[in-house]
Design a binder for this molecule. Sequence first.
Ligand code: MOS
Length: 774
Amino acid sequence: MSESVGKPIDRVDGRLKVTGAATYAAEFPVKNLAYGVSVTSTITKGRVKNIDVKQAEKMPGVIGVMTSENCMMLHFPQSSDPGAGKYGEKDLLPLQNDRVFYGGQHIAIVVAETFEQADQAAATIKVEYEPQTAAIGFKKNMGTAYKPASGLGGTETQVKRGDVDAALQTAAVKIDETYTTPVYHHNAMEPHATIAEWNGDKLTVYDASQSVMGVKSLLSLMLGIPQENVRVLSLFIGGGFGSKGFTWPNTFLAPMAAKQFNRPVKLVLSRQQAFSVAGRRTQTQQKITLGASQDGKLTTIKHATTSETSFVDEFTETAGVATTMLYSSPNVDVSHELVRLNRGTPCPMRAPGESVGTYALEVAMDELAYKLNMDPLQLRLVNYAETEEQKKKEFSSKNLKDCYQRGADAIGWTNRNAQPGITKEGNYLVGYGMATATYPANRSASAAKATLFADGHAEILCGTQDIGTGTYTIMTQIAADAFGLPVEKVKVKLGDSDYPKGAQSGGSQVTASVGPAIRAAALGVVSKLVNIAVADQNSPLHGYKEEDIMADNGRIYLKKNTDKGETYAAILNRKGLAQLDADAKTNVSTRNQGPPTPAPAGSPEAKIEDESKTNMAVQEDEHTDRKPYAFHSFGAQFAKVLVDPELGTIKVEKLVGVMDIGKVMNLKTATNQIMGGMIFALGMALMENTQYDPNNGRVVTRDLAQYLVPVHADIPEIEVQFIDKPDPYISPLGARGIGEIGVTGMSAAIANAIYNATGKRVRDLPITPDKLIA
Ligand code: MOS
């Protein structure tokens, strides 16, 4: 049997999805279910003076209305509480008082027998407000900018090396430009949705989440119930892109209402509501200053970002993170500032930081190339970073030069005319652009359970989730190879907080984090099986050594004599074993490379850690020396565009992305991820743009008629290629993450192609036709 990893197999859950049999959060058939509808604030800042619910309560089917006056109080996490991160949750506790911090904030939940009844009753609720003056408008409030202490996950937000200003004074060539990006919204196909059901003091929550384990611990904390009494299920998720990474108020409101009205409650956000109350990508202004010698060698890079956050929390779009390491330069200064506005709290959105950061940096690099009269690709090669200069480490693996070369060949880079604005194809101006893609290769601790059954099939349990990326599929492939079974014999179960703790689906880390744990658990089962066989006089393998035995196609046998062996089923049946399990935890982090903190004594996780001590695969993995290395993925993005010189309309003709993401686990799902990322970036570059009313601060573009996302007709030929060289240090699988890197660099490549076509440099995204003919 050959390896299944790497093969472009179809999604194992594809049939369930296309037939509608896959259950998303809002679709669980819970008995006696009541429907919640949220009433949201129409002011941007102030207080709710009075909510008149009398009429609503009398409407047909209405069970009750939950407001700040009658709802339960939540436990406010202290900073010492586990999971009480600085980001996302602690200030987002809904209905805890009468204050309004942004338009569209939840102020009441109407619960009724049907959705329509709840919706109709919600419309009758009259709210009296005491409005206050809100901070509206990013530019208008720029004067209030402050420096945050750190970014998401403790990312450094102010980074310096060398002396940027001294180097600038002597630089032969300089670029000093400001770039802006608007607010973007994730717009996952599936809306945020929660069903909560209490059974005595036990709570089950079906939630659209990128982290079942994160939701479980937060619910336990906020509701003040023990962790073991909370079960969170996210079996299928219709996209997250970061919007389901934080736990938003709907996830608390459903269990609060369910408790209050003694009924299971479903709460689904409308598309409009998701624009206010479930995250967004912040608006940014990025000032880039580059200094170079005449031969193009960068001597100094300065990247100063101002972005915005809410009054209820702090989220920093770390646009400068990649700037500290993408190119070789002795002098670097990366800084971040925040402006507080009365908007909902922003959150990570697919490659938070890098998406908008590489847009600004990579357009600035293009501007520098023109100023130097140098090929933009050549400029990248001149400044190629052989090492991670900020952390002073080697890269675990970096094949970016191959990416550049293959991308250039695929787009036809030699057809690019260095002089902008003069080359035509028919009536259209034609342009080529390129940029570098990059994203850190994150890996964190994960655990999994593997079970082999006497009928020869196997199962994996892991408390991570598949947000639509293909996690079920590649984990099945990884497990199948480790078990020595065909993929049809392996069932991977995810999305349940009762399973061993797996990584959250954020930071492109699931494949690199969960894959090795699943592999180790499956190998652990095989090892147990081999040990049973060699100790059993009735086994043909009796008395042989474990290292002389291999597993494949549901059999273990001697490496040197493949006929000598027996099937898994034969061993289990002879021993009267219905099943054989192994738990494994791989305690590896690429972010924090210090020694891991052990799980609390007596916890289920501690038991898994204990078993992992005798698991060879875990031990080898954990003992790999990762300290000398920085873990990063890279890629090259290319675009060819056609621009109508009279109308300014832009037709993207071809996009090429060549990615170095370590070993490719499944060519089909991997291509899918990168392609999706590139399309995401096309939306950023040309269409997407959340607008707030300049007078009242409320979201104006709050549906897909007004917030434009790319549709099929907007999407050109897209070519995705992979270097496909395993990363020797990230894990035994050699795979780095893939979910986010496809977005990075691409909007810059498109913007650079538009400049090459038209000779017009638009520094404010999105690049719409009006900006080209202005
Ligand atoms: Mo991702 S934006 O880290 O879900």
